[in-house]
Design a protein around this ligand. Structure first.
Ligand code: DHE
Length: 500
């Protein structure tokens, strides 16, 4: 089969390009790949029906896991096992080694490629504007199932699924909602952006905007979606209505160097997107009022700022700073760094939350490389406390109606534990081990904060619903690697205690 027959828009572009060979490619493995894998994963390994199989995309999959998938297949997917067809385990290992070797022609992605992938499954005007289900549309949870790449829409009162559908491979970052909560937008690590209608329980459309995507944000006027990419280093603006391409913005710093995008966030009170750049000492802000060209405002930072959280009014940005091996507070109005903050373990900052403690507002975040929660005073930016945990954590959550903040122990031997922290005393009030031996992580509260859902992040895991006050288990729903959960009301209100 000719290369151009498979993915015309994409491959024509790729084949026209050449680049320096990064590493000698194993010709025998390449032949195995072309015979058995290319049809679904693309002849240039950039993905097709199946995910991209490039080192840039496989970073999260350990080689032994890849060997298992190639040999035995992936349950509940179209990926079958290939050990026999390839001729034994040595061949499987040889093929996997090839997948982890950079391509001889560096992959590229262009505006034409994006346009060629754009699909609308249904015309929005043909869909009813009111919910076609009986659940409270604002108390639904969108649950990402990482194990077999599905999404469940869960009723937040009964905790019963009302829909379940396949997602693109490896969704990452929180799905983001239209301001009225009707639509939800997903980004996959492979660059796919999908739009789903929660009122009609139907997928509206999709488009692929890059080869390796970080996350997306939706403007608070509901008009725009901005997506940040590692590969290529671009920001992509889509029309939030039909996902058509509005603009692709190459990320070039003032000194002319290129950068990847770490993450993009919406700052509702500023009517802007704020972008963290991985390889540049700049923060970019895109106002979407009177800025039809989406020209960036460049804030020149003292350091490389990897990832952000914000104060509730979005006046101040809290960033992890590479040089300071901690954090920095940047005043978004003046564009000046205000102060360094002590964040010793390079947190997954988007996970930081804030709450009122007495008459003081505090910001708290887990740290990826140290088992402690950093709690800071949001007016003086002084460290109030480092709360020791049983290991480094990823996520933290609370709700304005709850006296507790929940955090996980994502890494290390104690990852079965979740800590429930008293928001006033800043002490660990309870430590739960919902499924001993299995990683418990990521919590989201219901709209009124009366209940919360915890993921047991395991192939034989579960969603566990707790009463937020008594901490009693209310329900357990078995699930394959449930990861993030997102409550519509909390998300569209940028509620206290949840991620933005
Ligand atoms: Fe995430 C959110 C970055 C690894 C699961 N992650 C985010 C966000 C950023 C980020 C910037 C906030 C954007 C947003 O929500 O729109 N994550 C990174 C990394 O840099 C890191 C450490 C390495 C990487 O390869 O990307 C990383 N993240 C992971 C994982 O290994 C996790 C645990 C599993 C996975 O799916 O890859 C993971 N990240 C998540 C989840 C969110 C997230 C579930 C959304 C959290 C939320 O509640 O909003």
């Amino acid at each position: 089969m000719s290369r151009k027959m498979l993915l015309p828009g994409v491959l024509t572009t790729l084949l026209a390009l050449s680049g320096p060979a990064a590493q000698a490619v194993d010709k025998e493995a390449d032949a195995m790949y072309q015979e058995h894998c290319a049809l679904c994963h693309g002849e240039q390994r950039i993905g097709g029906l199946g995910p991209a199989l490039l080192p840039e995309s496989l970073g999260r999959l350990k080689k032994h896991q890849a060997i298992d998938v190639v040999a035995n297949g992936r349950p509940a997917s179209q990926m079958i096992g290939y050990e026999t067809q390839l001729g034994g385990s040595d061949k499987v290992e040889q093929l996997v080694e090839y997948l982890y070797t950079p391509a001889d022609v560096p992959p590229t992605w262009t505006v034409e490629d994006t346009k060629a992938t754009h699909k609308l499954f249904v015309e929005q005007k043909d869909l009813p504007d009111t919910p076609q289900h009986n659940s409270d549309p604002l108390n639904l949870f969108v649950v990402v199932e990482a194990g077999n790449h599905h999404v469940t829409i869960l009723d937040g009162d009964e905790f019963e699924p009302i829909d379940r559908f396949q997602s693109h491979f490896a969704l990452h970052g929180g799905p983001k909602f239209s301001p009225d909560g009707r639509f939800v937008y997903f980004a996959s690590r492979d660059g796919w952006v999908s739009k789903y209608d929660i009122h009609n329980l139907t997928m509206v459309g999709e488009v692929r905007v890059g080869l390796n995507t970080r996350n997306l944000a939706v403007s608070n006027d509901g008009k725009w979606v901005m997506v940040g990419n590692y590969l290529p280093g671009t920001l992509v603006v889509l029309d939030a209505g039909d996902l058509s391409l509005v603009k692709e913005i190459p990320v070039i710093s003032e000194d002319g160097s290129e950068s990847r995008v770490s993450a993009v966030y919406t700052a509702p009170p500023r009517d802007s997107f704020v972008v963290a750049l991985k390889d540049s000492r700049e923060v970019w802000e895109f106002s979407y009022l009177d800025n039809p060209d989406f020209s960036p405002r460049r804030i020149i930072a003292d350091d490389f700022l990897d990832d952000f959280s914000f104060t509730p009014d979005y006046r101040y940005l809290l960033a992890t700073s590479r040089r300071a091996k901690g954090g920095q507070v940047v005043d978004m109005d003046t564009g000046k760094s205000l102060t360094d903050i002590p964040l010793p373990g390079m947190p997954h900052l988007g996970s930081g939350i804030y709450w009122q403690r007495g008459d003081q507002w505090v910001f708290a975040t887990p740290n990826i490389s140290q088992g402690l929660i950093s709690v800071l005073d949001m007016s003086s930016w002084q460290l109030i406390k480092e709360i020791p945990t049983e290991g480094p954590g990823f996520f933290m959550r609370s709700h304005e109606n709850s006296k507790y903040a929940w955090t996980d122990v994502f890494f290390g031997p104690n990852n079965e534990a979740v800590h429930v922290i008293d928001k006033q005393t800043l002490e660990v009030a309870h430590t739960l081990r919902p499924m001993p031996g299995k990683n418990a992580a990521h919590v989201e509260f219901s709209r009124d904060g009366s209940h919360l859902i915890l993921s047991v992040w395991d192939a034989e895991g579960a969603l566990i619903v707790y009463n937020a006050e008594t901490l009693e288990e209310v329900k357990r729903i078995p699930m394959n690697l449930p990861s993030g959960k997102y409550n519509v009301y909390n998300k569209i209100n940028f509620a206290e205690g949840t991620s933005h």
